[in-house]
Design a protein around this ligand. Structure first.
Ligand code: FES
Length: 125
């Protein structure tokens, strides 16, 4: 039911953990299942130098979090903002229809972390 890529990211998730002293943090919850995801970002020269995540959720939520860290790392803020929920699912070779909502968490948490970063940056200026 899951693609090989989903299984790979689920069993061997990339970039798990917290970033000490992050530039932005975004936490989102899925009201349907109660799962929670937090994304941490470190920004250097307007690029996402590091992206990490912590997810309390299903296998698909873990796989999509892992994938979004790979998609976002090294991108500019603008490019990362354009990563959509669909991009995440597509990069994983698709998700079962019932699990599509799980991929929303990853994109939403990344966007929330970027929003947090931009808000903090604005406050400093
Ligand atoms: Fe909750 Fe997948 S079942 S995020």
């Amino acid at each position: 039911m899951y693609s090989e890529k989903v299984m790979d990211h689920f069993t061997n998730p990339r970039n798990v953990g917290e970033i000490a002293d992050p530039d932005g943090v975004g936490t989102v919850g899925n009201p349907v299942c109660g799962d929670l995801m937090t994304v941490y970002i470190k920004v250097k020269d307007k690029k996402l130098e590091d992206v990490k995540f912590k997810t309390f959720g299903c296998g698909a939520a873990i796989a999509t979090s892992s994938m979004i860290t790979e998609l976002a790392k090294g991108r500019t803020i603008e490019e990362a903002q354009e990563i959509t929920r669909g991009d995440v699912a597509e990069s994983l070779g698709g998700l079962p229809p019932l699990k599509m909502h799980c991929s929303n968490l990853a994109a939403d948490a990344l966007h929330a972390a970027i929003k947090d970063y931009l808000k903090k940056k604005e406050a400093k200026e």
